[in-house]
Every structure is written in C-alpha cells, then in structure tokens.
Write a protein of this length. Structure first.
Ligand code: UP5
Ligand code: MG
Length: 190
C-alpha cells in the first residue's frame, strides 16, 4: 500500500441485503474502491486457481472460506487499486476473519455499515436475482441465512460495542437506502 493508514469501511448485512448495490452507489459518489470478498472469491474460482474447487464447494454450502485465502485476495486487490479508501463488502464474516484481518494488515475499520433487512425480503431478492449464482437456490440461501445469524452477526455486535456500527434499514427502495448511506459518508467527501 502506498498510504500508511488506509481507510477501510466494512460493509456487512445478510445475503441479499443490498451490500453490492449500495457499494456501487457509494463508489459513484465518493472516492472509494469497492472490494467484494465474494466477488474476489468467485473470480478466483473462474481463474482456475488451485484453491478454486475448495472455494466453489464452500460457497455452494454457504460456508465461510478460510480467512488466509480471503485476506490474501483482499490485500492483493488493495495494493493493485492504488487507492487508500476501501469498501470491504461481505467481510469479515466471522470472529476469526475479523481477528485475522486486523492482525495481518494492522487495519481496523473507520466504521461498519450494517444493512439490516428481514429474511423474507432478502429471500425474495435472492430468488429473483437471476445472475446465475450457484448459491442463489433456496437450499443454499437457507444455509447462508443460518451462517449469517450464527457467525456474522456476532462480528457486527463486536463492532457495535465499540460504537462503530452505522445500522441502516435496508428494507426500503435502493434510492431511499442510498439517501441514508449518503448522510453517513457526508457531503465533505462528495
Ligand atoms: N436489491 C438490492 N437492493 C434492493 C432494494 N433496496 N430493494 C429491492 N431490491 C434490491 O442485492 C441482491 C439483489 O437484490 C439484487 O438483485 C439487487 O438488485 C436487489 P445485492 O446488492 O447483490 O445484495 P448483497 O447484500 O450484495 O447480496 P449477496 O448475495 O452478494 O450477499 P452475500 O453476503 O450472500 O454474498 P457474498 O458474495 O458476499 O458471499 C457469497 C459467499 O462467498 C458466502 O456465502 C461465502 O460462502 C463466501 N464468502 C466467504 O467465504 N468469505 C467472505 O469473506 C465472503 C464470502
Ligand atoms: Mg454482494
């Protein structure tokens, strides 16, 4: 990294809560680079890397890929971006991810965006997404919800206890949600 103290915002929320959609809007309005851990892992599968089959199997089961794999991909993408402001979307997903990222990179998040959305709404969105994602079927979606509740919510609670969580009602239109998001990033960065 060229800058010594990069700014990192973790973007968290359940499957289908709108993390990727809102990150795209943030990037259009503020000087951030969007890094989706899930997108990086899916690109790794496509590239035919030696970890590809393992990653594919874990995503199909809604399981969390070992943190060293994900962190390596994130670090590489951060370096290649040349930027020093990052939206890290869909990571950290469990306590081990969180602790390992802080240990390996020495970076803690400036804050954490948490897109809060009821499961029924997330399920509706995922089932109608139609982008050919192997994990957008009802069996895998149920597993993803379970992993989110059991492993990812505790990470959000950890940062909430530190006053770092900005919780957003994500069960509104894309535009309404982004109005709230904009207020968090502030006019000064626009
Ligand atoms: N949509 C979005 N916002 C809407 C709104 N306000 N109103 C109506 N519709 C809305 O949105 C999902 C769909 O809803 C889209 O069709 C969108 O148009 C619509 P999206 O913005 O894609 O939601 P997002 O929260 O990004 O959903 P995604 O499915 O990407 O979330 P996941 O957290 O499940 O997926 P991710 O790619 O992060 O991870 C996938 C898997 O990779 C994990 O299950 C895990 O197996 C693995 N993984 C790891 O192991 N480690 C990691 O660190 C990351 C991932
Ligand atoms: Mg996403």
């Amino acid at each position: 990294l060229t800058e010594k103290n990069p700014t990192v915002v973790f973007v968290l929320g359940g499957p289908g809560s709108g993390k990727g959609t809102q990150c795209a809007n943030i990037v259009d309005n503020f000087q951030y680079t969007h890094l989706s851990a899930g997108d990086l892992l899916r690109a790794e599968i496509k590239s035919g890397s030696e970890n590809g089959t393992m990653i594919q199997n874990m995503i199909k089961e809604g399981k969390i890929v070992p943190s060293e794999v994900t962190i390596k991909l994130l670090q590489k993408a951060m370096k290649e971006s040349g930027n020093d402001k990052f939206l890290i979307d869909g990571f950290p997903r469990n306590e081990e991810n969180r602790a390992a990222f802080e240990k390996v990179t020495g970076i803690g998040p400036a804050f954490v965006l948490y897109f809060d959305c009821p499961e029924e709404e997330m399920e509706r969105r995922l089932l109608s997404r139609n982008q050919g994602r192997e994990d957008d079927n009802i069996e895998t979606i149920r597993k993803r919800f379970k992993v989110f509740l059991e492993s990812s919510l505790p990470v959000i609670n950890y940062y909430d206890a530190k006053g770092k969580v900005r919780k957003i009602n994500a069960a509104r239109s894309v535009e309404e949600v982004f109005e709230t998001v904009k207020g968090i990033f502030g006019p000064k960065n626009e």
